[in-house]
Design a protein around this ligand. Sequence first.
Ligand code: OFO
Length: 161
Amino acid sequence: MISKKMQEAINAQINAEMWSAYLYLAMSADAADKGLKGISHWFRKQYNEEMEHAFKFMHYLEEQTARVELRAIAKFPTKWANPLKMFEETLKHEKTVTSLIHNLYAMAVAEKDYASTIFLQWYVTEQVEEEANAQEIVDALKCIGDDKAAFYMFDKELAGR
Ligand code: OFO
């Protein structure tokens, strides 16, 4: 059994995960439109991951016999000037999500909700990986700069995700 406050906070997080998913799906579509097959594929995979994050929270609420409430997704851009801008926004977005997860964790600790504390540890670890992945790509793209051949190879590499 979890508190009403925790139920509400997890429902908000389900919405945030789906918001992330939709944002990455928009990036995937924009990349496909620009002929960037590897980047489009990378973001499609990221979309799937975010939906898994949402489903995991939904399953947790269901197990705790708490109610899942789906809400409208917040607006976000659908076009980016270049791949670097996309991944910079991804990194910024993941930092925001990390702070949301940390807030949830702090709430679980304050409520002495041990089950939620343990459950949320997976997300705390996952966010470290999410930020590291985005940071790695931002660094790579900055390094590539205007080198078209290097960018071509990099896009191919992302296709292998
Ligand atoms: Fe769900 O980790 Fe990204 O947002």
